[in-house]
Structures are given as C-alpha cells and as structure tokens.
Design a protein around this ligand. Structure first.
Ligand code: URA
Length: 236
C-alpha cells in the first residue's frame, strides 16, 4: 500500500504550493474520506478520496483532468501561434508534464482527458485494451443500412487501411448517428463515413470507457476527475 503525506497530495493534485496546502489543511478546508483532517503530515493511503475546495482527488502522484473540448482548439500541449487544450487548463490545476490522452480534431468537441500518467494514457488509447469511445456525429446525409453493416464488418479506408469493427447506430434524427470505436486512427470517423460518401458536419465525443462527459462542463471548461471517474475511463 502506498501512503503519502496530506500536504503533498493537496499540493500535487491541486497545483498549490506546499505552504498554501498546509495552511488550508490547518484551517479545515480539506477532508479525507468525508472527514475534515487538520494534520497536514497525516499519511493517507492510496485511493482514499481527498476533497479540497469542492474538488476530489485521491493519493496519487498523477493528475487527471476532464475537459469539454471546444471547437477551434488544437489537441496538443503547445503550439507557437494557435491555442491548445493545455492553454485552457486553469493555473490552479495545471502541473508539469500534462498532455492530452489521444487526439480530437480541431473542429471536434467533447470529452478529452488530460493527464501526466503515461501508463493510464496508453491503456486508454491502445487498441489492444479495447476501451470504447462513443461519438455523436451529424452528417450531411442519411445514415444508411449499408454503412451500419460496413462499420460492423470493419471499414477499409480509401488508402487501404483496415479499421476494426465499429458500432454505428441510427438515432431518431436521420442525419445524426452514434459511433463506438475501440481505436483512434487519424480523422478516423470522417474517413470511415467518407467511404460511404457521407460528410461529417459535426462531431462530439460523449464517453471514454464508462466515463461520460460531465454535462455541467461547458465547452472549454475542465475539472479534476474523481477516483471513481479515473477507474470508469478504463472500463471496457
Ligand atoms: N474521428 C475523427 O474523424 N475525428 C475526431 O476528432 C475523432 C474521431
């Protein structure tokens, strides 16, 4: 079992200095597993929820952030001239080494995880781990049965690259569909629909594993994820 000092957990997870963390703990602003703890040197076991300013984290040296990515922002850590998703992370939760887990196109919106945990990111994006990502797609035409069948069989893209079987579901709007992928190739959904002569007008990601985008997060907003949410993201 991994134990960590409370002041270190607070400062690591919420981007405040150790001094501020100690003061806030002494003032009763931090609770551990639902109870206020004022001893900043208390050793906290792994995965015990720690709450600070209404946000929850556990004893982990890593940070996990859920973002509702807006249109027009690059999924990258930095760019010389264009705004990136890291530019949208508030200073109080920003930490060194954060990067986006996988990539959403510049014009795609929705759920994006930002972390500094490389192993976690690998488990989420690697096709070998089969974590499902669900998207809502607005098309410039009607979803056909042909496309539904083709997605299930595995689409061969225009350049010959083969996609793993994916689920394409119709909705009550004829030009809106739900797509479930377990891999993440470059522009994958746009290229898959292109094979069926359908263009994508709008694309948003709703979930990763069992983790659903928090509906209270407006586009461009983000927050630290709870322990439960971190686990949910890896569920298959
Ligand atoms: N597929 C795409 O084409 N774009 C995305 O942003 C995500 C999946």
């Amino acid at each position: 079992m991994n134990f960590e000092r409370l002041d270190k957990i607070v400062s690591n997870n919420f981007g405040v200095t150790r001094k501020i963390a100690r003061n806030d703990i002494k003032q009763g602003k931090v609770s551990v597993d639902g109870r206020v703890v004022t001893d900043f040197s208390a050793k906290i076991a792994e995965n015990i929820p720690v709450n600070y300013n209404g946000q929850e984290c556990g004893n982990t040296k890593f940070t996990y952030i859920m973002m509702n990515k807006p249109k027009g922002v690059l999924t990258a850590t930095r760019d010389d001239s264009r705004e990136t998703v890291l530019d949208l992370v508030p200073e109080d939760i920003k930490r060194k080494g954060l990067f986006p887990v996988g990539r959403l196109d510049k014009d795609t919106t929705g759920l994006l995880i930002i972390t500094n945990d490389g192993d976690f990111a690998h488990r989420i994006v690697s096709p070998r781990h089969h974590v499902a990502k669900v998207y809502t797609v607005t098309l410039d035409g009607t979803v056909t049965d042909d496309a539904v069948k083709g997605f299930l069989e595995g689409v061969t893209l225009a350049d010959g690259e083969l996609c793993a079987p994916a689920i394409l579901e119709k909705t009550d709007k004829e030009n809106v569909a739900r797509v479930t992928l377990r891999e993440g190739k470059y522009h994958q959904i746009k290229r898959m629909f292109g094979v069926f002569s359908l263009g994508v007008n709008d694309l948003t990601r709703n979930s990763i594993g069992d983790l659903v985008l928090d509906p209270t997060l407006r586009e461009g907003e983000c927050r630290v994820m709870t322990q439960e949410e971190i686990k949910k993201a890896e569920e298959k």
